[in-house]
Design a protein around this ligand. Sequence first.
Ligand SMILES: C[S@@+](CC[C@H](N)C(=O)[O-])C[C@H]1O[C@@H](n2cnc3c(N)ncnc32)[C@H](O)[C@@H]1O
Length: 239
Amino acid sequence: MLCTAGHVVYGCSTIYMMEFIFDEPRYAATRESRLRNLFRHLDARSLAGKRILEVGCGTGELGQAFVEAGCQVVSLDARPEYIRELQRRFPGREAYTVDLEQWNPETLGPFDALLCFGLLYHVSTPEPLLAACARLAPEIYLETVVTDSHEPVCPLVCEEGADQAYSGQGCRPSFAWLLQTLDRLGFSVRDISGADANWGGMCPSVFDWTPLNDGQWSRGGGLLRKMLICSRQHTPNIA
Ligand SMILES: C[S@@+](CC[C@H](N)C(=O)[O-])C[C@H]1O[C@@H](n2cnc3c(N)ncnc32)[C@H](O)[C@@H]1O
């Protein structure tokens, strides 16, 4: 199901009252806290004029924060409904329907930075996705659910839902897995996970969690997450 509400048809014309999952108050809270945390760690003045790629954009609200900071944003999502709605909400925004598990990043050209929030754990092929991101931009703003493990693990999970894995299978990388993979790709990692990014409500998430090495990705009803600024340092160590 893609929308939480339907549409009303009057005669021959359709008056849409679409309320997408991203319009639910809980989503607004997730965006507010994550953007607050990210922008606290970025120099907002240096963003103007930058070319940003937003992957797993939904209806594009996170990317719009970068548009408002003066960036040129290109947005991608697997679900055409979201891309159509993004373009209706934000006329003139460049956005494409792309399954990021079947993706040729070369077609899009280079970017200054890549916004990968809320997507990585919704793919079953996280390493190729990160490798594609790493080829496209020297800086990656990455936010994902993680497994609490000291080992570099990345278990696969089944998912269903309007904002979940398009393929039906997601993953839950550990922080150690992210560090190892990003290092192989030539990226250093600055962990900016902090309480500022947490949100509560019906589907809470916590960034300032204490590691217990228990192999879980949720605790006390809240998902465990990380937010990272990843910067290209050297040539990748993988083909
Ligand atoms: C949890 S939502 C996150 C939306 C937004 N980035 C945010 O963080 O608020 C995940 C998004 O990723 C998209 N997605 C899931 N699997 C995908 C895939 N294989 N390729 C492209 N987009 C995908 C979903 O359609 C959805 O819009």
